[in-house]
Design a protein around this ligand. Structure first.
Ligand SMILES: *Cc1c(COP(=O)(O)O)cnc(C)c1O
Length: 469
């Protein structure tokens, strides 16, 4: 994370914008004029003019469908879009006013609880959130509160909580640790191990460990962390030390993938040590941003004093959230997908994405100069690097070359202890077809001769386009 002097939260690209006024072209019979760009304009504009100005400016945004950097849904069925448009005015928190939206949220929680093998799906405990980040905060808070309670009951101090995870975790866990004063115990990468291992996780646990976060799967390379092995190692640790460390699974992507295409993989509540799971409805849950989910294995895993009660049709309805008002449309769209696709539909969507990813990674491997770090056979996500013997172009050059045709293929450096490694990553999502994959490979092939002729690397990590995990 970079730390600047500035305390404003302005995007660096935005700060390069001209500071002069916005020139409004003669549109819809209006005379040309200027209006302030950074101050609230004094007068009104007609809705047509305001729409056109903003519409035109937004053309400079990338094409979401050519963005293989993001995990977030960029295509939904028109019927889902219609439902979302019908629900834009619904506030999720007004459970009294929109009881049916609240009901659909409960059904989604029950379905996920069931899908993730909670011991009693009838006692499903969970909620929707704005995304996995908020869901992770809630999961982490529950772990912290449970640990504090255990410590208090044992008459032990509860001032120095820690959370164990791999260095590959998404930034939301750094936020959690920072905002809620929990020490992060990060396991660095080593050699070809790009995520957490059971052995390394246990080695960092002690009586102050509120939990271990296992990621399904890693944003760096799409690989699943060995949740089962981590749980088993913690079982052995408990047998030896008496310290019971729960596991939270960050299934931002994988919790919507593994149940459908890896049904035999035990990563969820089938493992008794898994206390809670988060997932992003807006990633492989196949909904536009922003919706996420967090589910606890049973009501006991969520301390009651974290729950607030809001009025619901004269009854009281429990809520656990960081924010208050929030759109209902995404939750409705999630329910639409569940109803529309069902288990088989999700299996076919995720299976297709994995086919596209593995075929595409295979084609890229055959080009010669690239070496795969992963194949896309866990998440439909793979990372690849430029072979060590290639010294005249970098992954950052490849990323820039692909940008010429509009493809956004991120290049990024790995963290400790693999800072020497830089890779490109492709995320295959619903809407990214074999045909688009062929077009991507075609463009990569076309760019290669030029890259191979260039005398020395042009782009390095310092001038790479932004990449956020
Ligand atoms: C995307 C992601 C997050 C953050 O999720 P949002 O839904 O974007 O808030 C957290 N963890 C992992 C593993 C992710 O892939």
């Amino acid at each position: 994370m970079t730390k600047g002097d500035s305390v404003t939260l302005k995007h660096p690209k935005a700060s390069r914008e001209p500071t002069d006024d916005l020139a409004v072209a003669p549109l819809f019979g209006l005379e040309s004029r200027t209006i302030p760009r950074h101050e609230l304009p004094r007068g009104e504009l007609s809705p047509d003019v305001a729409y056109q100005i903003i519409h035109d400016e937004l053309m400079l945004d990338g094409n979401a469908r050519l963005n293989v950097a993001t995990f977030v849904t960029t295509w939904m069925e028109p019927q889902a879009e219609k439902l979302m448009a019908e629900c834009v005015d619904k506030n999720m928190i007004d459970k009294d006013e929109y009881p049916q939206t609240a009901e659909l949220e409960s059904r989604c929680v029950a379905m996920l609880s069931h899908l993730w093998h909670a011991p009693d799906a009838e006692a499903a405990t969970g909620c929707s959130t704005t995304g996995s980040s908020e869901a992770a905060m809630l999961g982490g808070l529950a772990l912290k509160r449970r640990w504090q309670r255990r410590r208090a009951a044992a008459g032990e101090p509860a001032g120095r909580p820690n959370l164990v995870m791999g260095i590959n975790v998404q930034v939301c866990w750094e936020k959690f640790a920072n905002y809620w004063d929990v020490e992060m115990r990060l396991v660095p990468m080593e050699g070809n191990r790009f995520h957490l291992s059971a052995e390394e996780a246990v080695a960092r646990c002690d009586e102050n460990t509120i939990g271990v976060v296992a990621v399904l799967g890693s944003t760096f390379d799409g690989s699943y962390e060995p949740v089962k092995e981590i749980c088993e190692a913690l079982d052995a640790y408990q047998a030896e030390t008496g310290i019971d460390v729960p596991v939270h699974v960050d299934g931002a992507s994988g919790a919507f993938v593994a149940p459908f295409v890896d049904p035999d993989l035990a990563w969820d509540f089938r493992l008794p040590r898994v206390a809670s799971i988060n997932a992003s409805g807006h990633k492989y849950g196949l909904v536009y941003p922003g919706v996420g989910w967090v589910v606890w294995r049973d009501p006991e895993a969520l301390p009651e004093d974290l729950i607030f009660w809001v009025n619901y049709l004269g009854d009281n309805m429990p809520t656990f959230a960081l924010n208050f008002s929030r759109p209902g449309a995404q939750v409705v769209a999630q329910y639409y997908n569940f109803l529309r696709l069902g288990f088989d539909g999700y299996r076919s969507v995720q299976g297709y994405a994995r086919d596209v990813a593995t075929r595409l990674s295979g084609q890229i491997a055959e080009l010669g100069p690239f070496e795969l770090l992963t194949k896309g056979d866990e998440l439909a996500v793979f990372a690849f690097k430029v072979r060590d013997e290639v010294d005249n172009f970098t992954v950052f050059d490849v990323s820039n070359a692909m940008r010429e045709r509009g493809w956004q293929v991120p290049a990024y450096s790995f963290p400790k202890n693999r800072e020497d490694l830089a890779a490109l990553r492709v995320v295959v999502r619903r809407g990214f077809t074999h045909d688009l994959a062929d077009l991507l490979v075609g463009d990569l092939k076309r760019q290669l001769p030029r890259l191979q002729r260039q005398p020395a690397p042009v782009h390095d990590g310092a001038n790479a386009s932004g990449f956020h995990h």
